[in-house]
Design a protein around this ligand. Structure first.
Ligand SMILES: Nc1ncnc2c1ncn2[C@@H]1O[C@H](COP(=O)(O)OP(=O)(O)O)[C@@H](O)[C@H]1O
Ligand SMILES: [Mg+2]
Ligand SMILES: [Zn+2]
Length: 162
């Protein structure tokens, strides 16, 4: 269910809780793309789509969200500096914390957070309870971990960003 927290034409906060399955990664990607496009334009939307894909996959792979019945809550906030996308998972067993890995050139995995870092203006992770935007996604977003990134608004009018 999508919760629209403030009902104006470009809502500043949207939240949606997805089942924690691989099939939902594409659904979440499209949801974020569409929301970010409306909030901050096509440049931000393209970046957000790529980056959220990495964070959603991480939540599936590395947290309890990927277990049967698990969920992942995605929150998008909009401000003058563009959009911020949060991926709230259900926490990792053993308290593992997301950390970019020093992936070798030949590695096919271990680059997700490096990609997020590269695409975004800023990013980070924190306990879900410490996220000031978690309210938008409650009750699912209040625990576990929040991994977030910010995308500045673009100035593209047609054509792709170079
Ligand atoms: N949501 C998460 N919860 C706990 N640990 C995470 C999470 N996301 C990432 N990590 C940790 O950070 C590491 C780096 O993530 P990433 O750069 O995406 O590489 P990969 O997912 O291929 O291992 C992961 O191997 C994992 O140990
Ligand atoms: Mg990853
Ligand atoms: Zn958050």
């Amino acid at each position: 269910m999508t919760r629209q927290v403030a009902a104006i034409s470009a809502p500043p906060v949207l939240a949606h809780t997805f089942p924690g399955t691989a099939a939902q990664a594409a659904v979440a990607r499209h949801w974020v793309q569409a929301a970010a496009a409306r909030m901050a334009g096509p440049d931000a939307a393209d970046l957000a789509e790529l980056a959220v894909s990495e964070l959603f996959t991480n939540a599936l792979r590395h947290s309890r969200s990927g277990r049967p019945g698990g969920t992942i809550t995605v929150i998008i906030t909009c401000g003058p500096d563009g959009v911020t996308v949060h991926v709230h998972d259900q926490g990792a067993a053993g308290g593992v914390v997301p950390r970019p890995r020093d992936a070798g050139d030949e590695a096919e995995s271990g680059r997700g957070l490096l990609i997020v870092q590269e695409l975004s203006a800023a990013w980070g992770t924190r306990p879900g309870a410490e996220c000031s935007d978690a309210d938008a996604g409650r009750p699912a977003a209040g625990s576990g971990r929040c991994a977030w990134f910010a995308c500045p608004p673009g100035n593209r009018e047609g054509g792709r960003r170079t």
